[in-house]
Write a protein that binds this ligand. Structure first.
Ligand code: PLP
Length: 400
């Protein structure tokens, strides 16, 4: 059978590869603890599950849903957005339901990019921006996210010729994998850049609600005039522990939302109505569960930070997302360090290079496993690496 060449360009999905590695080790009897994928371990709240159950029993759910999302869901999104960001949206033209934000990110270039057009892709970045560009016959142009710039791109460094050919700029703050956040000042600069070069700014805001220490993440649509040039993608996955349910939404520029909707009407048939009903329950219902979950992640963040700093690893301060973007200690490459960690401890972390060439020198750890296993993983890391990296007095330095 012939397999399309574009598949070679995008390769296997990072986490599919890591899953395979994990399964191989488990088959050999290794007790693998994965700090790799960002998939909340906490259950979906009961009132959301109840809404799904009710929805599933309703015969109206058994038929094809609306392509663009049920009116009720879109209106709920608009109400949530107004309350959360102070931005008004027209639920009919500026809101589109997505089968998870990944689906919207994957299809967006098809709606905006012609063959040979450039797409500006953060590096490191969520891998979909690059692969969806390639699938649409676009040309991804990596925009480095460097530590010395707080992992914000230097838009003024993008060559004029590239900016001229660019049709989309992907941004993502709070950021996966670096956990960086963006100020309103930077977002304003990005909107101006998009306007100047007639580029669609696609802001992935999947982690807008996962923030700590009082930090509140903005929407790109809070910038004056952003709706002319920007689309923002949101996810219910992490906020409401609904990764398996596949529901998110796109908001912003009516032209971009409409174009993405047109692609979707041609290839999918919307989200199961019962899941949309659950989405309404999530966004319109009580939000105290969100706060409670943030407390859990924050406590894990603090434990990871304390344990890894105790063995001399340089853990940055993290005020958003469920990730720790850790500079690789001891001058190893990301791949070497990932293998060393796996071999010595059975702990799986994600090599930074999985997110682009500028991820070299980093690994990503996720805060989405239960406390007992997290402590076990940290204990193994401290035991295995504490001796090498000159542990401070009092840290554990014996093998378990
Ligand atoms: N965007 C970013 C930056 C992510 O990290 C993820 C998932 O990990 C997504 C989007 C996809 O989320 P969803 O479950 O809504 O497809």
């Amino acid at each position: 059978m012939h397999v399309a060449k574009r598949l070679e360009q995008i390769g296997a999905y990072l986490f599919a590869d890591l899953d395979r590695k994990q399964e191989q080790l488990k088959a050999k009897g290794v007790d693998v603890i994965s700090l790799s994928v960002g998939d909340p371990d906490l259950p979906t709240p009961a009132h959301i599950v109840d809404a799904l159950t009710e929805g599933a029993r309703d015969p109206r759910s058994h038929r094809y849903p609306s392509y663009v999302g049920e009116k009720d869901f879109r209106s709920t999104v608009a109400a949530w957005f107004r309350k959360r960001f102070g931005v008004s949206l027209d639920p009919d033209t500026e809101v589109l339901a997505l089968i998870g934000s990944k689906e919207g990110l994957a299809h967006l270039p098809w709606a905006i990019v012609d063959p040979g057009d450039v797409v500006l892709v953060p590096d490191p970045g969520y891998p979909i921006y690059r692969s969806s560009t390639i699938l649409a016959d676009g040309v991804p142009h990596p925009v480095p996210l460097l530590r010395e710039r707080g992992f914000l791109p230097d838009l003024s460094a993008i060559p004029q010729e590239i900016a001229r050919r660019a049709k989309v700029l992907f941004l993502n703050y709070p950021n996966n994998p670096t956990a960086a956040t963006a100020s309103m000042e930077f977002l304003t600069e990005a909107v101006e850049f998009a306007r100047r070069h007639d580029i669609l700014l696609a802001h992935d805001n999947a982690y807008s609600e996962i923030t700590y220490d009082g930090y509140v993440a903005p929407s790109i649509l809070e910038v004056d005039g952003a709706k002319d040039v920007a689309i923002e993608l949101h996810s219910l996955s992490k906020t409401y522990c609904m990764t398996g349910w596949r529901i998110g939404f796109a908001v912003g520029s009516a032209a971009a939302v409409g174009a993405l909707g047109r692609i979707k009407t041609n290839i999918d048939s919307g989200i199961f109505r019962a899941v949309q009903r659950a989405g309404v329950a999530a966004m319109a219902g009580p939000q105290d569960g969100v706060t409670e979950r943030l407390r859990v992640y924050q406590a894990r963040r603090d434990r990871v930070t304390k344990a890894l700093r105790s063995i001399g690893w340089e853990v940055p301060d993290i005020k958003a997302t469920i990730y720790v973007w850790l500079p690789v200690p001891g001058g190893m490459t990301s791949a070497q360090f990932t293998s060393a960690v796996l071999e010595k401890t059975g702990v799986l972390v994600t090599p930074g290079t999985g997110y682009g060439a500028h991820g070299e020198g980093y690994v990503r750890l996720s805060l989405t496993i239960g406390d007992t296993r997290l402590d076990e993983a940290l204990g193994r890391l401290v035991d295995a690496f504490g001796r090498v990296s000159a542990p401070p007095a009092g840290s554990r330095a014996t093998t378990r």
